[in-house]
Ligand binder design. Structure first.
Ligand SMILES: [Zn+2]
Length: 226
C-alpha cells in the first residue's frame, strides 16, 4: 500500500475531526514529533467508530480532511486519506479498554530514549506521582502490522495507573478520557522523561515513598481527574 488516498469520502463527524486536527498542533508545539510521525485519535461518542490522523499527512497541512473516520476494526469508513499506519494499535485499544476515549502516539526524543533502553521512568518527581501514579512502564517489543502493539499497550497499561507506556525500541503511546487528556499525558511524559534524564546525569534520583505517591495520585486525580 503506497497510496495515502482512501476511497470513501462523506464528510461526517466534521466538528470532531476539526477539533482532533487542531489538537495535533500541540504535538509540534511541544516538540514531540518530526515530519509526519505521531498521531492523535478519539472515539466517536455513542458509535463504534474513532477518528485518527491520515497516513503521511504533514502537520502544517493537517485540516479536518486529513483526519479519517474508522470502525473499531481499523477500517476506514470516511475520509480521503488512508488512516495512520498505527490505526490497528489504536483500534485494538478502543476495543479492549472501553474507558479510553483518546489516544496519542509519538516518538518524542527523551521518552523514546528510555524506550530504546527498555527502561521504565522511575517515579522521582511529585508531578509524576500526580499524573502517572508511579513509574512510566515499558511495553514489549512489537512489530507493526498486526495486533501486537495494541496487545502490548493493553497488557502493560492494564497493570498500571500510568496513562502512558513506553513501547520498547519504539516510542510513547498514551490514553485518556478524551483526545485532549491523552495529548496532555504525551506532553507530560516527555517533560518528566527529560527532567529525570537530566537528574541522572548528576547522580541517582531519590525515589518517592509508595505511600506518598499514593497520596499525590489520589489528591491530584480527585482534584483534576474526574
Ligand atoms: Zn511509531
Amino acid at each position: 500500500m503506497t497510496t495515502t488516498e482512501s476511497r470513501t469520502e462523506r464528510g461526517t463527524h466534521r466538528e470532531q475531526r476539526e477539533r482532533v486536527a487542531a489538537l495535533h498542533a500541540e504535538l509540534t508545539r511541544n516538540g514531540l514529533v518530526t515530519w509526519t510521525s505521531g498521531n492523535v485519535s478519539e472515539r466517536v461518542p455513542g458509535e463504534d467508530l474513532f477518528v485518527i490522523k491520515g497516513s503521511g499527512v504533514l502537520y502544517d497541512e493537517l485540516t479536518w480532511e486529513g483526519i479519517t473516520v474508522c470502525d473499531l476494526d481499523g477500517t476506514a469508513v470516511d475520509g480521503v486519506k488512508r488512516p495512520s499506519s498505527d490505526t490497528d494499535a489504536h483500534a485494538y485499544v478502543y476495543r479492549h479498554m472501553p474507558e479510553v476515549n483518546g489516544q496519542v502516539h509519538t516518538h518524542s526524543p527523551y521518552a523514546t530514549a528510555w524506550a530504546a533502553r527498555a527502561e521504565p521512568i522511575p517515579c522521582v518527581l511529585t508531578a509524576m506521582g500526580d499524573e502517572f501514579g508511579g513509574p512510566i512502564p515499558v511495553g514489549p517489543f512489537a512489530l507493526i502490522g498486526d495486533d501486537s502493539i495494541g496487545r502490548g499497550i493493553v497488557a502493560t497499561l492494564g497493570d498500571s495507573r500510568s496513562p502512558a507506556v513506553l513501547m520498547q525500541n519504539h516510542g510513547v503511546f498514551t490514553i485518556g478520557r478524551s483526545a485532549r487528556a491523552a495529548v496532555k499525558a504525551a506532553v507530560m511524559t516527555e517533560d518528566v522523561a527529560r527532567t529525570v534524564h537530566l537528574a541522572r546525569q548528576l547522580g541517582e534520583p531519590v525515589p518517592i515513598a509508595q505511600a506518598d505517591i499514593d497520596s499525590l495520585y489520589a489528591r491530584y486525580q480527585n482534584a483534576y481527574g474526574q
